[in-house]
Ligand binder design. Structure first.
Ligand code: HEC
Ligand code: HEC
Ligand code: HEC
Ligand code: HEC
Ligand code: HEC
Length: 407
């Protein structure tokens, strides 16, 4: 009897795994925060289209800054487009990449499934292709229906005399968490935090090293995340030309697409260190996350860093080589499991060494170190057939030590 039950359990388990191979799990949990597009039905009459140009007539500098960012390309971004189509063009992706209802060709009337990945759709008569191309545009972040049912522009200052209705929020980070911190709790999901569009791994309070679900967080906890402090540098200037000078935030949001931003997050050095073995020489690269509250790299699990250390002879031949990858590795099928994570947590330091062995001491001429940031790797680029125009990886640190010859 016991054996029979055991066999049935095993058969069911194998069937479950097989089914998961054919129908893989959804990669993140749809929370109420982003299950539906943003309702724009009650927009103020002075904003008939809600396009960025409407705001630019008064807030030109903010518009110019936003135009340089990946937020303004969250839809047109060729990497996103290829990846989205590769994934079967799910509608849910739109609720972060183009979340205003008018940016979407279809209205979401409800869902066919409990996980909310399969929406019931109807054509949207208010669809605006130009607004769609603006991706995460001004009103994605700034427009909300207020408690009184009328459309409001969210702001943190609250003491301004704007010609449009304003609703004061406590912290600008409240805006970020809608898309950047996503819930991952589910009985059959085994990752520490969900993989898409998240910096849920950020350390907020002592002892708690990731954010489970932004909807459970207090205003103080959200303010402590610091997103705006690091990603929107402070600048004293008027909001409109001729206006009062106020503390404002530059709309720059730099991240993995910007080498300077990645460099800012890391402190890297490379030098000779003492070897235990007097017959050898040893060189150490030290890598520390000194500038980000979350992991480096962060964001989609495609992002990673590589460290390459090499010993070269006079002709440039490689005598010895060490390679390391700092990446979050996830098993996707049949079930999702975080396998290992070698990225750098906040404040974490790592050391990598390379040696010149006794028999290479004479020939070794140059010790070469390079750290590269990768938006995605070559294998994945090929698999989704993404034809990149910008490089998919770039150096963030390069140093060559030339050995003095004393023999
Ligand atoms: C006709 C000019 C005009 C247009 C158009 C306009 N604004 Fe404003 N906005 C202002 C003025 C004036 C202020 C207040 C300036 C001050 O007091 O320093 C302001 C203030 C703001 C504030 C700060 C509110 C606070 O108290 O924190 C935000 C945010 C803002 N606008 C966003 C937008 C967005 C987004 C759009 C486009 C949907 C937009 N504005 C369109 C003129 C305009
Ligand atoms: C409506 C959803 C949404 C909101 C709200 C949002 N973001 Fe984003 N953000 C995105 C998407 C989508 C991307 C990626 C776009 C792409 O690469 O296709 C992104 C990209 C970024 C990047 C990466 C840039 C790079 O080089 O890869 C940074 C940094 C960032 N956001 C910071 C913020 C901060 C800070 C806030 C709050 C002020 C915020 N975001 C609010 C959706 C959002
Ligand atoms: C909860 C909000 C959210 C949802 C839903 C979402 N994304 Fe994103 N996505 C983001 C944010 C935020 C970023 C930027 C930070 C990062 O790299 O994770 C991003 C970045 C990306 C990038 C990297 C773009 C680049 O230029 O490097 C790709 C590709 C992407 N998303 C594809 C998708 C696909 C496909 C879906 C649907 C299966 C999807 N996203 C659903 C928020 C979201
Ligand atoms: C990704 C979200 C996001 C987008 C997109 C965005 N803003 Fe903002 N904006 C913010 C946040 C957050 C603040 C408040 C910053 C703070 O904490 O001081 C803000 C503040 C402002 C302010 C008030 C001055 C200040 O810095 O507090 C103005 C004006 C403004 N935004 C205009 C715009 C315009 C115009 C656009 C489009 C061209 C735009 N914003 C796009 C998130 C966004
Ligand atoms: C102490 C400064 C700091 C704080 C706080 C911070 N970041 Fe970052 N962030 C950085 C640095 C530096 C980088 C560049 C390194 C990298 O891309 O990993 C970065 C990169 C990113 C990226 C790029 C990911 C990609 O795929 O390219 C996103 C998205 C992002 N941060 C969002 C956020 C959000 C959202 C918050 C708040 C929850 C936040 N950050 C808080 C410093 C910070």
């Amino acid at each position: 009897m016991k054996r029979k039950i055991l066999i049935i359990v095993i058969v069911l388990f194998v069937a479950f795994l097989g089914w998961r191979f054919v129908r893989p799990m959804q990669i993140f949990i749809v929370s109420p925060a982003f299950e539906l597009p943003i309702d724009t039905s009650n927009a103020p009459a002075m904003f008939p289209t809600l396009r960025a140009e409407e705001c630019a007539t008064c807030h030109r500098e903010f518009y110019d800054e936003w135009s340089t960012t990946i937020h303004s390309q969250a839809w047109t971004d060729p990497y996103f487009q290829v990846d989205w189509v590769f994934d079967g063009s799910p509608q849910i992706c739109k609720n972060c990449h183009i979340p205003l209802d008018r940016q979407q060709k279809f209205k979401v009337m409800g869902f066919n499934d409990a996980a909310k990945w399969d929406p019931i759709l109807e054509p949207n008569p208010d669809f605006d292709a130009q607004l769609q191309h603006e991706g995460v545009t001004c009103n994605v972040c700034h427009f909300r229906i207020g408690k009184d049912g009328d459309g409001k522009i969210l702001g943190v200052l609250g003491n301004t005399n704007a010609p449009h209705p304003v609703e004061k929020i406590e912290s600008g980070n409240e805006i970020c968490v809608r898309c950047h911190v996503v819930s991952g709790e589910r009985w059959d999901t085994f990752f520490k935090f969900p993989p898409c569009g998240t910096v849920a791994e950020i350390r907020t309070t002592q002892g708690k090293n990731y954010v489970e679900d932004s909807s459970d967080m207090s205003v103080e906890e959200i303010a402590a995340l610091g997103c705006v402090n690091c990603h929107m540098p402070l600048l004293e200037r008027p909001l409109v030309s001729g206006g009062k000078i106020r503390p404002t935030r530059q709309h720059l949001w730099r991240g993995g697409h910007d080498p300077e931003m990645v460099k800012k997050g890391l402190t890297i050095s490379f030098k000779e260190t003492i070897s235990d073995d007097s017959d050898k020489r040893q060189f150490t690269l030290t890598l520390k996350n000194t500038g980000a509250a979350h992991y480096i790299p962060t964001g989609t699990p495609d992002r990673h860093l590589t460290v390459q250390l090499r010993v070269l002879d006079k002709q440039g031949n490689v005598l010895n080589e060490e390679n390391h990858t700092l990446k979050r590795t996830i098993m996707w099928r049949p079930i999702i499991v975080d396998l290992w994570d070698t990225r750098l947590a906040r404040g974490e330091q790592r050391e990598y060494t390379i040696e010149i062995t006794k028999n290479n001491l004479r020939a070794a001429t140059i010790i070469d170190a390079e750290v590269r940031y990768h938006l995605l790797d070559e294998a994945r680029r090929k698999r989704i057939a993404y034809k990149n125009k910008e490089p998919i990886n770039y150096p963030v640190f390069q140093k060559q030590l030339r050995l003095a010859k004393n023999n």
